[in-house]
Design a protein around this ligand. Structure first.
Ligand code: NDP
Ligand SMILES: CC[C@](O)(C(C)=O)C(=O)O
Ligand code: MG
Ligand code: MG
Length: 336
């Protein structure tokens, strides 16, 4: 059983007198920075000249510097820029400004695990990886709660890396929910597998396939959207609260019977075989190599797929339908 740390295991005062540079002000960056600031930490932001987030971070009360300047001023440097850009940023702006005893931090292990960044031996290297999107890390903190985090230490130069990491996890709210001990390898491989096979790739492919099946059979796209996409959240909320059993308690017996007999026809032994191949490609570094190569040539496939997906019929239908939800501030994440 993995060890889990809670608020009482964390000492926020370890961060007193320390300057935290959050490099990047996107999904995770804005959440870590605002949460840590509101927890009483001294936080500055590191960006690049021309960043669309520079003015936003200043408007939200931060001193903003280039990544190099921020790294020079800081004791703790949390790298929250895109994984695929971290190696270049590190070489150019972080490495020349590292001092003995600094703590280099990550929210995902990609760059360290796949040897994109090799830190000097005299700094701590720690990961605090929230198990949720950055906007949720922020909204949960504002509600007095937190998103669970993973902690991993790959270098402990100061002898305090673990405790400092826990203090950071408390500062961003994660320790309110729980902080699980792990390693950079385990976090990287499980996170990549989860987002590709299940959470993002798997779920959207399943929903899209269901939507297309109904529309191609002549049903209204709006009905297909409600059934295969909108209602997913409501079902997942029940699973989040009380597991598969709780969800199955809440749905009808008819739905539960259909769940048991149809699920295994959709997700088959072939699916598991495909998942094992996906995991193997992640473990062998094949996925990381392909992703980094795609970036080296300017992401043509990635950008083309993003454009194609954005124009799928389900997005048009969804945009219109979501305007009808009285509680929904339509597309608020994308608009921000
Ligand atoms: N998204 C999530 O919820 C999760 C992400 N993570 C990890 O967190 C890290 C950050 O990801 P995420 O928050 O999604 O990233 P985003 O794409 O949301 O934000 C990246 C930020 O980095 C800035 N940036 C890009 N290049 C540079 C540069 N060269 N110098 C300085 N700043 C730069 C961007 O600037 P601009 O605003 O101008 O574009 C932006 O503010 C990754 O390691 C990711 O794996 C971990 C858990 C969940
Ligand atoms: C599920 C996607 C994620 O791993 C996350 C929000 O945790 C990510 O990389 O964004
Ligand atoms: Mg994740
Ligand atoms: Mg991830």
């Amino acid at each position: 059983m993995a060890k889990i740390f809670y608020q009482e295991d964390c000492n926020l005062s370890l961060l007193e007198g320390k300057t935290i540079a959050v490099i990047g002000y996107g999904s995770q960056g804005h959440a870590h920075a605002l949460n840590a600031k509101e927890s009483g930490c001294n936080v500055i932001i590191g960006l690049y000249e021309g960043s669309k987030s520079w003015a936003k971070a200043e408007a939200q009360g931060f001193e903003v510097y280039t990544a190099a300047e921020a790294a020079k001023k800081a004791d703790i440097i949390m790298i929250l820029i895109n994984d695929e850009k971290q190696a270049a940023l590190y070489k150019e702006s972080i490495e020349p400004n590292l001092e003995e005893g600094n703590m280099l931090m990550f929210a995902h292990g990609f760059a360290i695990h796949f040897n994109q960044i090799i830190a000097p031996k005299n700094v701590d290297v720690v990961m605090i990886a929230p198990k949720g999107p950055g906007h949720t890390v922020r909204s949960q903190y504002q509600e007095g709660k937190g998103v669970p985090c993973l902690i991993a230490v790959s270098q402990d130069a100061t002898g305090k890396a673990h405790d400092m990491g826990l203090a950071y996890a408390l500062a961003i709210g994660g320790a309110r929910a729980g902080v699980l001990q792990t390693t950079f390898r385990e976090e990287t491989e499980t996170d990549l597998f989860g987002e590709q096979a299940v959470l993002c790739g798997g779920v959207t492919a399943l929903m899209k396939c269901g939507f297309e099946t109904l529309v191609e059979a002549g049903y209204e796209p709006e009905s297909a959207y409600f059934e295969c996409i909108h209602e997913m959240k409501l079902i997942v909320d029940l699973i989040f609260e009380s597991g598969f059993e709780g969800m199955r308690y809440s749905i009808s017996n008819t739905a539960e019977y259909g769940d048991y007999i149809t699920g295994p026809k959709i997700i088959t032994d072939e699916t598991k075989k495909a998942m094992k191949q996906v995991l193997s490609d992640i473990q062998q570094g094949v996925f990381a190599r392909n992703w980094l190569l795609e970036n080296q040539v300017g992401c043509p496939n990635f950008k083309a797929t993003r454009r194609r997906e954005a124009t799928h019929q389900l997005e048009e239908v969804g945009t219109e339908l979501r305007k009808l939800y009285s509680w929904n501030d339509s597309n608020k994440l994308i608009d921000n």
